[in-house]
Design a protein. Structure first.
Length: 373
């Protein structure tokens, strides 16, 4: 049997990783500024993280959500504290797309309405429900046409209000910072307007923090730069540092009804051991602040060049937009300088490094980019 060939692969086979470093099967060492697509939050194979998983595996690997699981309660407690959302509730699932589906479902249960407003260039996942609010013709299949979604331009509050006034919108879903669409930041005032408009028209503001959350931008969630409190916040990626895990934070305005949401694997013991370890490490090593500081240092030190159009983002969620196709630049970074980076569209190098990135590592990247340019 062969693998279904849907991924463009670099010819690199990682076999070992530690902190922000990855080694391939030929012994070549790489600097990882991509974190497996924003997944590595506390660094690869952090000893406390590894120990927590091993310890849990010795006790109990899996049992269903029909029994008490103290690790979920522990996570809810820690997450409430770390994020400042102690009055919200936590529902656990397995991925970012599933979190967004659960959020939209909950918004429609809560409001009794069925239309969703999303934004051009957004990305919310690959399940049919999540992809329906994803504005990329390459991945939207005819099947998604069944969903009721209206796309507005980012930062156009008037357009959003026009839709909300029609009275059939259950919610507005927006990324804290658009990731796959090219590191596009919602204006702070725009986020505040969405918050006000959603309350005014009885719709739920859903903040997709799957990529922009968990400390990445220098605050726990990116929307906290706007000082708003959305109805639902969705999470995934870095929440368990690579162990599949997702979840949503739900405002106290929502009433839980038995059977409303559910999942087999969500909140399982191993994912919870991993997620609890992540929050402990983030807290003890002050990784949110580190992401903010090191990310801002990179932003300020990207060499100026006529080939670079703009550097956008916050903390360690950065996009370097070029005036040209970045594929050759990324290849040079990977194969000559041994640095992993990501991409958005054709012209943007996207950085989503582990939150523990050190200043020296950031300097190594900036110097490598200078040499390439
Ligand atoms: N939402 C955002 C903002 C994302 O960036 C992604 C993945 O890239 C998702 C949702 C989907 O997450 P997952 O691939 O874990 O389903």
């Amino acid at each position: 049997m062969e693998l279904f060939d849907v991924y463009s692969l670099f010819d690199v086979t990682p076999v070992k990783a530690q902190g922000c470093r990855v080694w391939d099967d030929k012994g070549v060492e790489y600097l990882d500024l991509y974190g497996g697509h924003a997944v590595i939050s506390v660094g690869h194979t952090h000893p406390r993280y590894v120990a927590a998983l091993k310890d849990q595996l010795d006790k109990i690997g899996f049992y269903s959500n029909s029994v008490q699981n103290p690790l979920q309660v522990e996570l809810a407690h820690k997450l409430g504290k770390a994020s400042g959302y102690e009055d919200y509730s936590l529902f656990l699932d397995n991925s970012g797309a599933e979190s967004n589906e659960n959020a939209m479902k909950l918004a429609s249960f809560h409001t009794g309405k069925d239309r969703i407003i999303a934004f051009h260039k957004s990305f919310h996942g690959r399940t049919s429900g999540a992809v329906a609010v994803t504005d990329n013709p390459k991945i939207v299949s005819p099947f998604n046409a069944v969903h009721k979604v209206t796309f507005c331009d980012l930062n156009d509050a008037e357009a959003v209000e026009k839709e909300l006034m029609k009275g059939d919108c259950a919610g507005v879903i927006i990324e804290g910072i658009q990731g796959c669409g090219g590191i596009n930041l919602p204006d702070i005032e725009f986020l505040r307007s969405l918050d006000v408009l959603c309350r005014k028209y009885d719709a739920v503001l859903i903040l997709d923090e799957v990529q922009s959350g968990y400390g990445r931008t220098g605050k726990f969630f990116a929307h906290q730069w706007a000082d708003i409190k959305p109805g639902i916040i969705t999470m995934g990626k870095g929440i368990a540092n690579g162990f599949p895990c997702g979840g949503i934070l739900i405002s106290p305005e929502f009433e839980a009804v038995k059977g409303m949401l559910g999942t087999t694997f969500g909140g399982n013991y191993l994912a919870m051991a991993a997620a609890n370890a992540v929050l402990d490490i983030m807290n003890d090593e002050k990784l949110v602040a580190n992401a903010g500081e090191v990310g801002e240092w990179i932003k300020a030190n990207i060499p100026s060049s006529p080939r670079i159009k703009e550097v956008r983002g916050r903390g360690l969620m950065l996009g370097i937009e070029f005036n040209e196709d970045v594929a050759p630049i990324r290849k040079k970074l990977l194969f000559e300088k041994h640095i992993f980076t990501g991409v958005a569209g054709k012209n943007m190098v996207r950085l989503l490094a582990p939150l523990c990135l050190k200043k020296e590592e950031a300097e190594a990247f900036v110097n490598a980019l200078k040499e390439i340019l």
